[in-house]
Design a protein around this ligand. Sequence first.
Ligand SMILES: Nc1ncnc2c1ncn2[C@@H]1O[C@H](COP(=O)(O)OP(=O)(O)O)[C@@H](O)[C@H]1O
Ligand SMILES: [Mg+2]
Length: 1023
Amino acid sequence: IRWRSTSLSPGDGVRITMESALTARDRVGVQDFVLLENHTSEAAFIENLRKRFKENLIYTYIGSVLVSVNPYKDLEIYTKNHMERYRGINFYEVSPHIYAVSDNSYRSMRTERRDQCILISGESGAGKTEASKKILQYYAVTCPASDQVETVKDRLLQSNPVLEAFGNAKTLRNDNSSRFGKYMDIQFDFKGAPVGGHILNYLLEKSRVVHQNHGERNFHIFYQLIEGGEEDLLRRLGLERNPQQYQYLVKGNCPKVSSINDRSDWKVVRKALSVIGFSEDEVEELLNIIASVLHLGNIQYGGEDSGNAYITTDTQIKYLARLLGVDGLVLKEALTHKKIIAKGEELKSPLNLEQASSARDALSKAVYGRTFTWLVNKINVSLAYKNASVIGLLDIYGFEVFQHNSFEQFCINYCNEKLQQLFIELTLKSEQDEYEAEGITWEPVQYFNNKIICDLVEEKFKGIISILDEECLRPGDASDITFLEKLENTVGGHAHLTTHKLTDGKTRKVMGREEFRLLHYAGEVNYNVNGFLDKNNDLLFRNLKEVMCMSDNKILTQCFDRAELKDSRRPETAATQFKTSLAKLMEILMSKEPSYVRCIKPNDAKQAGRFDEVLIRHQVKYLGLMENLRVRRAGFAYRRHYETFLQRYKSLCPETWPSWQGKLADGVSTLVKHLGYKPEEYKLGRSKIFIRFPKTLFATEDALETRKHSLGERESHVSHAVVVQAWWKGILACRRARRRREAANTIRRFIKGFIYRHNERCPENEYFLDYVRYSFLMKLRRNLPKTVLDKSWPTPPTALIEASERLRKLYMQNMVWGYCKRINPEWKHQLEQKMVASEIFKNKKDNYPQSVPKLFVGTRLNGEEINPKVLQSLGSEKMKYAVPVTKYDRKGYKARPRQLLLTSNSAVIVEEAKLKQRIDYAALKGISVSSLSDGVFVLHVPTEDKKQKGDVVLQSDHIIETLTKVAICADKVNSININQGSITFTMGQGREGIIDFTSGSELLVAKAKNGHLSVVSRNNGGI
Ligand SMILES: Nc1ncnc2c1ncn2[C@@H]1O[C@H](COP(=O)(O)OP(=O)(O)O)[C@@H](O)[C@H]1O
Ligand SMILES: [Mg+2]
């Protein structure tokens, strides 16, 4: 509820705004913990959270820090209307929201020209990533934009699904857990439009590529590809649509997650990739890599435990060679050998089973990890922009404690210590320091400074990371256990570290022998040292690197640089790299003005409406929220340098307007007294004014707004403005008049042209005729026939009839040519047979039309359905076609099941193992069928031939196909007689038989009373 009044004096405006700010609060609990009666009570704090959570009020402030509780359900608070409501509104006037924080940062960036950052923290599943997405959406919707900006906005938004596909996975804590840290700068130009971005990524959890804990999954992209990838894509990649087939996907035994739809996510990701600007080739190469990782996982080794390993799965190597663009043999060798350089000579030594498996896994991890980094860089290129103000978003893994905690949790939790340190530096400590420096009296707040833990981890020479590196680099028999021992010997006495050996009975019971325990600011975590050295070394054998450097895949050539092979220095260890990148991140964050979003997870079951008090109390504690609140309550919400404050608000007081001549502090004092600030609302320090409540400041801001309006009207530059305005209006009017003139001319020319359209070309109709031609050609372009069969064509104007005819011919020829070029040999063969069928039967036999859409098959009987003895007796004669038929005896017309085989020389009639009759094509006199839709036909043979027992009467269910084949094989296209009514045939020994054809409702073949064979075919009978 903003107060806009010109009739009241500024002082009244201030009062009324303050009132409304106080009453605009949510009705449930307090919307700012600062307003809690008993602000030191944790119970009261949690009670307030609970009350609000019950009413779906998931956001609450502590001063300017936003506390957010994951609702685990979709709330109707992220609509465009909500965004509008928070736009340009002071923090305290509407209920707390992530949009308020977003808007506040945005406005500070615009008005104070200072870079901002929003730090989102909380444990895994607390809603950090969702919060960062909401912020991004808010900017995308509410910030001003131009055309070019639209694409950047889309890219910014679409970078999320891509990064999530490749960097997120289902864990026990969160179905969509970010397995990498992300800091994203959103860049804004001087108009406040988002124009670019930049992403920094931190420590992808690569080990997930090769192993997942029970109930967890690998990165989403693998499942998306397998579930959503199109058939021919999967075929090209050599993948099956079943995640259970892949060793790298079965470890967690959890291929499907109810909250995730891999198939539709796949579509989203494919679209996002093209919005971001990935070319089709790049996508193809990217997917080749993803598929390769799955194939790598399925490589299996044979060999004794101590003997040399060899690869038992050659198909994988074949696919890998193709997908990665490398030599299969070289890859095979690199996966089973290692190259050592000894005394300047290269030696190859074979690997045993275990070494080979871990070399393979190392390759998978390296390939995936580096591809991920490539992906981030690629996105950065598409978002690149220079010279901008920025708002940074930090969404980084929250504090993590599992049953088994390894190197990754160590790094993640170290990162959280650093962020807590930053939070302390920036809020608690700097707050207190400032009061001290300004000579303001206040009670110091006790808080736990976690610097001691950061030092324990990162200190040079003495810190855990240094000790770990030393073990990694030391020659000799260093192992995870010697690392643990070294920890005990060097930092064993530290108050925040203990091990199984060092601790006492009670703790010892809950610790493994291979564990060390860190007392983090957030709580205790036991880390198992198993794998620490390997993960920190992150080694990939030299020859595997060499193979990757030789790849044809353009992404891999960027990921594996040949220069790396020449560099003989040891690469930095994983922990040290992480430490360095964190230090850089801290620098970036320090240079910006921070806002905080502290996310809380209400329960471990990912359930809506459940408020697990124990879990929440723990988070409130380790997020330091109570300390935060105590400092806020003791302190002042806002502070400004005297000079800035006076400069901004001097117009609100007659004594300070238009300028104040005395000391700054006195000016400010006069000003605030005039504004009616009460003594408890502010304090004056050495160089700054401190304002206790934000609402006081906001009220002053509103008064200023009101004042600006009234000032604007009175001042003398009004007349100057009028002059400028008049000129500008004049220019606009001239432009409008010119455009109107031009439009009138166009219309006039058009009408004239229409009148003279039948004359010879002349200046009057030139414009019109050209227009008609042009529009016909344009129309033609839009309405070209799509297929050879489409005979439509737009009607041309008279002047273009000839041209149109020629174009049509050319276009048809072109389409036909294109069609022919696309035909493959099989289809060509099919069409040739159909042509023959058409020549023989079209308009002659009733069931021909039904046969047209059905494809002719190669044969109706395959090898196993024909008796081997028959095949044997056919010897070397090639079988062309076989079909089951019914034969009608010459005597009595009994129906017998037979097979008709067409070989290269003859038609053969077979009864199971017996070759009943063989008709050489040369001897085949002709073939008779009826014109109706029955399947009966007669093969005529010479009567003189004593070997033959007379003509053969057969029936086939595929008459058109069968006879076409016979015609082609026997070269008798012209010897097929199609008869109306009846067929006469010879029965041997000069006797004659007759078949009568009629049509009826039911197919019937039987001997009639007159001794003829009567065939009744159905009106729309079979083919
Ligand atoms: N504001 C919200 N509204 C609705 N659901 C949410 C919200 N924040 C988080 N969630 C739910 O919680 C899940 C975990 O959130 P996410 O942001 O991925 O956690 P984090 O990044 O902290 O690990 C999301 O997938 C979503 O289902
Ligand atoms: Mg996340």
